[in-house]
Design a protein around this ligand. Sequence first.
Ligand code: ACO
Length: 324
Amino acid sequence: MKARIAGTGSYVPERVLTNRDLERMVATSDAWIVDRTGIRERRIAAPGEACSDLGVRAAELALQAAGVDAAELDLILVATCTGDAPLPSTACIIQHRLGAVRAAACDLGAACCGFVYALAVGDAYVKTGFRHVLVVGAEVMSMITDWTDRNTCVLFGDGAGAVVLTAEEGERGILSSHLHSDGSLWELICVPGGGSRIPPSEKMLAERLQYMKMKGNETFKVAVKTLEDSAREALSANNLSVEDLDLYVPHQANARIISAVAARLGLPMEKVVLNMDRYGNTSAASIPLALDEAVRAGRVGEGSLVMMAAFGSGLTWASSLVRW
Ligand code: ACO
């Protein structure tokens, strides 16, 4: 039994924040941001627009594309680090709003790797007998972005993407997933405050610990290495080579990271999906958002070999190989 991706969907908030807008907020320039990251603009959720609001829109489109009714879902997994609230899970809010009356629902936290991790969990449940699993990646990164810190605020954006997994016999579906972590590197990307280690307080807010901190340069180096390793791992586990790949959908953190990985793998850039120019890094939403755009643009067809790969806070890194 395989978990086939039967439908994809995505949604981004209306408001566009351009590099020019950021020039008026911090000491940066459009030229620096484009040159160092490939990002030109990103979407920002409206006041009161929460993670589940984005996730529901993406999920509805994925269900529609799959031809699956919400009431048929057995499980909803939401990958996010910016959920609506600490409790309940954002997945339960989405379950209710979709009318997925039969579905179990929970969130999964693996930062930028969340979607690939959730896809692997969904795949495992399909192998135990679930028929339809909804996997959503949704983020309101603008909430944990320090808009006075030029090292991070130019990088992130808000959005959501979703896929419906359907149990199917045959060759099509997720071939394998490869998940990794190294918690010794947790300080490279973190939000120090707001949890049980440093609970919310006036002092915590004054020290701006509710916002993301990142050691960009060190993260960059680990990202290139782990993305290359996880691509090779997924291909060799299936006795496939880079030449067999039709589409590579990497986490959209930085165009330079992605082109360095493609060069190391010997993968032509025509096979790589890049959309961070319009959305920036949307964390767990980035891969399903890029995948949905590629699917709707006709870049994959039946039998295409698609690889998704991510790295992120934790650190975590992960890849998934899919026969479309
Ligand atoms: N505008 C102008 N200058 C800037 C900006 C900015 N927005 N940000 C940093 N600079 C400056 C720095 O202060 C530094 O100046 P200095 O040399 O005077 O000290 C200079 O630019 C170079 O800084 P570096 O950090 O060396 O720049 P780098 O080329 O590494 O690019 C970047 C920085 C874009 C952050 C890069 O390191 C990167 O993308 N890293 C990976 C981050 C990532 O992918 N995170 C994903 C995981 S996130 C998650 O999981 C939630």
